[in-house]
Design a protein. Structure first.
Length: 231
């Protein structure tokens, strides 16, 4: 049975090239995936705001859509939702087993990228500013070391936030914007080619802040970086 592709709303609506590269990556790794038109938001914005009734309604729908399929997510934040939030919200309910099954059978780009050959990783060159996503920071630092022909600059704070987390961008816009500006300022000082993200939710936040501030910033998903030399 093929795995189901779960594409974050941000990637789907704002970064179609990243979506194409994600599908290309799955094809290169011989991962049989299908994208269902019935898929919707994972519910992350509602979980973040504490609107659990709405979040649960969305989660119930997704359990029906994905069924017994394995799930491959392009977003670490969405993956966190499926693996952690779903089992919690359905604990001691009739949907608990289905939620647990989906959580155990969901994987993200951290799993996919580990399968890329060293020969491919060695073709990536340049100096990049790597922004670690807050939910799952453990693997990305180690993975970046495998791209031995790249130079990396990291934010001063190891576990940093772009300002998009916990609905801060809508609930406290100014604080959110200031957090984004701090990252952009560090990027400008680094002289890196681009800001690289493992999650498009963080990437979009930086794009919004950069555009509002009139600061030209090149952003890209790490998937785009890896696929740029692939036919």
């Amino acid at each position: 049975m093929p795995s189901a592709l779960q594409i974050s709303c941000i990637t789907k609506h704002y970064y179609p090239e990243t979506l194409d590269n994600f599908k290309k990556l799955c094809s290169i790794l011989n991962i049989n995936c299908t994208e269902t038109s019935e898929a919707t938001c994972c519910g992350l914005p509602y979980f973040d705001r504490g609107e659990l009734k709405a979040a649960k309604t969305i989660a119930e729908y997704n359990l029906q859509v994905f069924g017994q399929n394995a799930l491959v997510c392009n977003s670490s934040k969405c993956l966190n939702c499926y693996q952690i939030q779903y089992p919690k919200i359905f604990n001691n309910t009739v949907s608990h087993n289905n939620a647990t099954h989906l959580a155990k059978n969901s994987s993200g780009i951290n799993n996919l990228l580990q399968q890329i050959s060293q020969d491919t990783l060695s073709t990536i060159t340049g100096h990049y500013f790597l922004v670690k996503e807050c939910c799952r920071t453990e693997w990305i630092g180690e993975f970046s070391k495998k791209m031995e022909n790249c130079t990396w600059t990291f934010p001063n704070l190891v576990n940093t936030c772009c300002g998009a987390g916990a609905s801060m961008a809508s609930e406290n816009t100014e604080t959110s914007r200031q957090m984004g500006k701090i990252l952009i300022a560090e990027f400008e000082k680094s002289d890196a080619i681009a800001m690289v993200f493992e999650d498009d939710i963080c990437r979009k936040q930086i794009d919004i802040v950069a555009n509002a501030s009139g600061i030209p910033v090149k952003t890209m998903n790490i998937i785009d970086l890896l696929m740029q030399n692939q036919n």
